[in-house]
Design a protein around this ligand. Structure first.
Ligand code: GLC
Length: 797
């Protein structure tokens, strides 16, 4: 084991300190008061990852002291102690409480080329995050590897999977901190697995280069991480609708039949995917001449009916001297190579393939140009798959070379960022050709920062209850790692989905950022109508609910694009120090769009145990109020997933539409759940597809409910996009509204029954027993014409 040795010199710079130990150079850079970067290497210079972090150190007030045995660097939020004799680092909060400390003996060390940081385990320390990782919410006692891997039909405890994010959050003694280890080599994170002394992270090679973040709450730490690695821009609204995929829908007639069935059955849907059979011999930048003879016509026909087409893009380019893209890339020298200059070839769908080196700006530029082929045909989004890169489950030889922005790197350093760079190039390519439109990329592989370029999905899952629940945890964990826009294949990719499983899966996924069903070749049909009438009605109900929730969902994506806090939140974000949220029975529960508490439950359960954290909660489907801080047994018939609304919430809804761009009925339905104090909720709108919002073309209508003084105000606070809502219908839960006065005039109070899901038919004979119908009864409310004014103050009694 090699260690840094004692500090021999140290000097202040504008944004931190730099210095030397007996064997290393080091640097501590302050990004802002809550983020400090630690870099140490045995080489003469640092070797930073050029791909993940997009921010730079900011000039921040800090102090630096030299003591007898240690140096002390302080921002207003973090204190960093550095031992002079061995470069041991201790992080404390502003009041001097230890957040995280190096193991006294092993701290930073090298074992061969592998660099590690060993951290003392703190009492009752919990660990959350680390991206697309299986296992429980609390990762204590587990070890994980970051090495992007094509893992078909993975087990629900398999590791590693397709995408790596070496960022986690530690929790103990009501404090939290985040660590992002910015090293692209294969890395391992041990959270006290097989030992009771330390957690550690280690990479096979490269520098010890990590960012330490500390702030008041997990949300703040997530925002600090998002400041470093970026946020998800607001997706096109259609990408938040229902998406239908299969491997593969073909020929073109089949795609039209699919689209027609959605519209005939009035099941809302926005996206149809074209998987690999759309290509000629699986060659990227081609359409199969027989099955898709007139792609532009097909896509236009679908677009006229409100469907968007997303095509799959695999990086493997067929080695074929007659195939122009292959020849072009070869002549421009854009592929991954062996050290002797020969192109690396590996086998994927088309047979032997070469792989564009997406770490080369010229290869990215070429790929971007090539995408015009699809944009001209009318394609609206791209699905970047097999970008680990996958070579039929085999591994790319480690000596394969990556350009790595001119620095050069072997497969050992380049692999983990390959998918990230493919997504980047695809995203940029789309923006380049479809200029003012927002790109949509769905990626299987990625690394820290992927959220800037793509939504992600959790790869080739299996049609089982276990996988359905694991998918929820994967999405929750991705949300704890900067990725707000993610999802899983509804119904499961591998195997045949049982009807009840599909029904439950689609109801859970209604509250998943990416709402996409997918299944593999030769499996049974897996569309909402493929499982009989009962499941069709349940699926339709939930898909319609998703569209009714669009004002809330779209606003949540807007918020997430600003804060980096995910749309789907593990309860460990808002209830970080409530042990119960980590219990196996409750760890899958999550908050969707801040206020909807969703309890995922297996399809074979009719009753389940749920946990309501502190505060009051309203059952979404009956409006009944329940006190928090309690476990309950809850009935969960197939048609009603347990979902609750947080007290004080203002839930904004609209009428269901056939697709996201279709005009709703102009009514904004505002459901207000009695809470305490003041609740502010705005509804964000823009054109849903262009980048004009970045120039300020959006609208925001702010609703403020003052529960103490019984006053609701409505304010149009941004109006450069004309709101599509002309009326607000307000419904009050948990409070008896008797009168409402606006400008000294009384508003008409009515009592109505509100149903978030429609009644299921009474089938004859009943396929699966009778269906209860849940309804919120006699909810008082009133309507306001939004065209009348820009500011409304309504007094209630
Ligand atoms: C991979 C993808 C899957 C896709 C298939 C065919 O297995 O993960 O989603 O359908 O390839 O392209």
């Amino acid at each position: 084991m090699d260690v840094p040795g004692g500090v021999t010199s140290c000097s202040l710079i504008d944004t931190g300190v730099k210095g030397k130990t007996e064997k290393c150079i080091f640097q501590l850079l302050i990004y802002d008061e809550s983020t400090v970067r630690v870099q140490i290497t045995r080489n003469d210079e640092f070797s930073p990852n050029p791909y993940s972090v997009i921010s730079s150190p900011k000039i921040t007030n800090f102090s630096w002291e030299e003591n007898k045995d240690f140096y002390l660097l302080k921002t207003s939020k973090i204190q960093v102690h550095i031992a002079k004799n061995n470069f041991r680092v201790i992080f404390k909060n502003a009041s001097g409480i230890t957040l995280n400390e190096d193991d006294p003996s092993f701290g930073i060390n090298w074992q061969g080329t592998a660099v590690s940081s060993y951290k003392k385990l703190q009492q009752w320390e919990k660990f959350i995050g680390l991206g697309e990782k299986t296992g429980g919410l609390n990762r204590y006692g587990q070890t994980y590897t970051n090495w992007n891997t094509d893992h078909f039909g993975y087990a629900t405890n398999a590791d590693p999977l397709y995408l790596s994010i070496p960022f986690y959050i530690g929790l103990h003694h009501d404090n939290c901190y985040g660590i992002f280890f910015d090293n692209t080599h294969k890395s391992t994170f041990n959270f006290g697995a097989g030992n009771n002394r330390f957690s550690y992270f280690t990479a096979e090679d490269g520098d010890l280069d990590y960012y330490f973040m500390h702030d008041e709450s997990v949300s703040d730490v997530l925002s600090a991480y998002a400041d470093l690695t970026g946020k998800t821009p607001i997706p096109p609204k259609w990408a938040l609708g229902y998406q239908q995929c299969r491997y593969s829908y073909f020929p073109d007639k089949e795609v039209i039949r699919l689209a027609t069935t959605f519209r005939d059955k009035e099941i809302p849907a926005d996206v149809i995917y074209l998987d690999i059979h759309h290509m000629e011999e699986y060659k990227v930048f081609t359409f199969d001449k027989k099955n898709f003879s007139k792609p532009a016509e097909l896509i236009k026909h679908l677009k006229d009916r409100g469907f968007r087409i997303v095509v799959i893009l695999d990086p493997g380019i067929k080695v074929d001297g007659e195939y122009l893209p292959y020849v072009e890339g070869k002549s421009k020298d854009l592929y991954l190579k062996y050290p002797d200059g020969e192109n690396y070839e590996g086998k994927v769908w088309p047979g032997w393939c070469v792989f564009p080196d997406f770490t080369n700006p010229e290869a990215r530029d070429w790929w971007e140009q090539k995408l015009n082929f699809y944009i001209e045909a009318g394609v609206d989004g791209f699905w970047t798959d097999m970008n680990e890169p996958a070579t039929w489950g085999q591994i790319v030889p480690d000596l394969v070379q990556f350009f790595f922005e001119g620095q050069g790197a072997s497969h050992k350093k380049g692999r983990n960022v390959y998918g990230l760079q493919m997504a980047r190039s695809t995203n940029n390519g789309q923006s380049r050709h479809a200029k003012s439109l927002r790109p949509f990329v769905l990626s299987r592989s990625g690394f820290a920062g992927i959220q800037r370029y793509a939504a992600v999905w959790t790869g080739d899952n299996v049609a089982s209850n276990e996988h359905m629940m694991a998918g929820v945890r994967l999405v929750n964990s991705l949300g704890l790692s900067g990725v707000s826009f993610s999802g899983y294949d509804i119904g499961g990719f591998v195997g045949n989905t049982a009807p009840h499983l599909f029904a439950r899966w689609i109801s859970i996924a209604t509250f998943c950022p990416l709402f996409r069903a997918h299944t593999m070749i030769n499996s049974n049909a897996s569309e909402p109508w493929a499982f009989g009438e009962e499941v069709e009605e349940i699926a339709k109900n939930y898909i319609r609910l998703r569209y009714k929730l669009m004002p809330t969902i779209y606003t949540a994506f807007h918020n997430s694009s600003k804060s980096g806090i995910p749309v789907t939140k593990s309860l460990s974000i808002d209830y970080s120090f409530d042990d119960k949220v980590f219990y196996t029975a409750f760890e899958n529960q999550f908050l969707f769009c801040d206020n909807l508490l969703v309890m995922p439950v297996e399809s074979n359960k009719e009753i389940t145990k749920i946990y309501l954290p502190k505060g009051d909660w309203y059952h979404l489907f009956t409006g009944e109020r329940f006190g928090g801080n309690q476990e309950m047994l809850w009935e969960c018939p197939l048609e009603y997933l347990p979902v609750f609304v947080k007290s004080g919430a203002i839930l904004a809804m609209q009428s269901a539409t056939n697709h996201a761009d279709e005009m709703h009925d102009g009514h904004l339905n505002l459901h207000i759940y009695k809470g305490q104090g003041l609740t502010k909720q705005f509804v964000y709108e823009d054109d849903g597809k262009s980048t004009a919002y970045q120039q300020g073309h959006f609208s925001k209508t702010l609703f403020t409910m003052d529960f103490e003084n019984n006053r609701l105000t409505i304010e149009k606070i941004a109006t450069s996009f004309k709101s599509e809502f002309n009326t607000v219908n307000v419904f009050f839960y948990g409070t008896a509204i008797k009168s409402a006065t606006l400008n000294e005039k009384g508003l008409k109070i009515t009592k109505s029954n509100v149903a978030f899901l429609d009644e299921i038919s009474s089938f004859d004979p009943l396929p699966d027993g009778s269906h209860s119908f849940k309804i919120c009864k006699k909810i008082p409310g009133f309507s306001v014409d939004l065209n009348d004014n820009d500011y409304f103050e309504i007094d209630l009694s």
